[in-house]
Design a protein around this ligand. Sequence first.
Ligand code: 5CA
Length: 150
Amino acid sequence: MHPTAERFQTRLRELGLDADVQELADSTRTAKEAAAAVGVEVGQIVKSLVFVDESGPILCLCAGDRRVDTDRLGPDVRQADGDEVREATGYAIGGVPPVGHDRPIPTVVDASLRRFETVWCAGGTPHAVFPVATEALIGAIPGVRVQEVS
Ligand code: 5CA
């Protein structure tokens, strides 16, 4: 396994999440590609999107078939650029996982993910994903806010 996916797998275990990272030959860089690669609907793919407001980065875990309305995240919110994403999470765009970042990051979860019992998330690289019970994922995020985001 790629060392970044390996390191992320260790972090999942440390968080007590029973989830196995899978490396795929096909790209899972985007929600659409990930959905095709694992054979689920695109809504079931979790996008881990970084935004920034005046107090710093915010992570939004959004269903693959939804688009975040930044106004719902707060005032003066904009999407982070690639450097900011790496700085905030320790991972590059296309592989950003929903948990297990280099440092804590305030996290908002799209309530529409609760449509699915299981969701699929990025596992650290653009070829790594993992399935996890939606409620277990939400339960592993300290101080999480679950709300409509689109
Ligand atoms: N591995 C997949 C499925 S889990 C994944 O990481 N999807 S994602 O949606 O979380 O990551 C891709 C997202 O990164 C895009 O939806 C887009 O919002 C963002 N993105 C892509 N390119 C850029 C860029 N140049 N600057 C800022 N954000 C970008």
